[in-house]
Write a protein that binds this ligand. Structure first.
Ligand SMILES: [Fe+2]
Length: 318
């Protein structure tokens, strides 16, 4: 595989900063640093839980759940939607964790192969672990990318499970492009459609993520962030849609989809599905894969298909 030799200056500065952050025993969060040690305790508790599931026969059921993705179709209505975006379709993938369960990429492709869409966005987490090797996920990731046919591209951000070095494999994953505290403006018949992607704010937050959301300009802006943690910044800066994941919708839930652990402090509002912050829509994907254990209970992964629509005004109410 050929590594890209065209990393620009900002990318080089970002990579050196994130390489340091990845080596620390602390997460860099918006509110300050936080110990990573809680995750070690969590993994120990998980292994006891998995043992219990295996001896009771529930493990196979959880594995079957984890290998299934639902199709979630959502229509978002806007008062001021430019005409060129009427009916525009965006497919949202997240939390692929391609090495947790073999052939994860195949069941995602099976779900998307008959869909029609204009754009694909992916909100991070491509491997199971949050450190160590990642090269082995490039091949299944490429398989997935080769089966995504989006006229306006495939745009992705990193999650807290990803290595900064993965961005070096952007050429191998073409036409996928990473957005790392960057934005891209797509000209749609004179309408500036802006996609801003930030670095992961769950473990590797820097002010550059906020600056990226603040400086991007456009007529219709969407934000890609691994977690919901920057929703207020995006809303204040007139983004129309905020795409995120990270929570896996709880992954292991009680009946009714009540999660045992959410891995976020943003509150239940941002745990899964559609939400609003001011005028901005947000969508927290349940993810396509799983991490920690290859299991889901009382929740499924999802392929999200968003359709944009101009809000129709009922003349009787005017
Ligand atoms: Fe994840």
């Amino acid at each position: 595989m050929n590594r890209s030799k065209e990393l620009n200056k900002d990318r080089i500065i970002w990579a050196s900063t994130r390489s340091v952050l990845e080596s620390l025993k602390f997460k860099s969060k918006r509110g300050g640093s936080k110990s990573k040690s809680r995750w070690t305790l969590f993994e120990k508790l998980l292994s006891v839980f998995v043992f219990f599931l295996k001896i009771t026969g529930y493990y196979k059921i959880g594995l079957g759940n984890a290998m299934y993705n639902e199709l979630t179709e959502v229509t978002l209505e806007f008062d001021d939607l430019p005409e060129v975006l009427e009916g525009y379709k965006i497919i949202h993938l997240s939390d692929l964790h391609l090495d947790t369960i073999a052939k994860t990429e195949v069941y995602i492709v099976d779900k998307i192969k008959d869909l029609k869409y204009d754009l694909c966005v992916i909100t991070g987490d491509y491997r199971k672990n949050d450190s160590g090797r990642f090269i082995h996920v490039i091949k299944p990731f490429k398989y997935l990318v080769d089966h995504i046919h989006a006229r306006d591209g495939i745009w992705a951000v990193l999650g807290n499970h990803d290595s900064y070095m993965m961005v070096d494999y952007e050429e191998d994953l073409a036409p996928l492009k990473f957005l790392i505290n960057e934005d891209v403006v797509l000209d749609m018949e004179g309408v500036k459609f802006t996609i801003t992607g930030t670095d992961d704010p769950f473990s590797y937050f820097t002010d550059k993520a906020i600056f990226a959301l603040e400086k991007a300009e456009g007529d219709f802006k969407i934000a890609l962030v691994h977690t919901s943690e920057l929703h207020d910044i995006a809303s204040e800066n007139n983004y129309k849609i905020y795409f995120c994941g990270h929570t896996h919708a709880g992954q292991i839930c009680l009946p009714g989809g009540i999660p045992l652990i959410t891995h976020q402090k943003d509150g239940r509002k941002y745990l899964k599905g559609l939400w609003k912050d001011g005028k901005m829509y947000g969508y927290t994907s349940a993810g396509n894969g799983v991490s920690g254990v290859p299991l889901r209970f009382n929740t499924f992964g999802e392929v999200v298909l968003i359709t944009l629509k101009k809000k129709t005004i009922n003349p009787i109410n005017n």
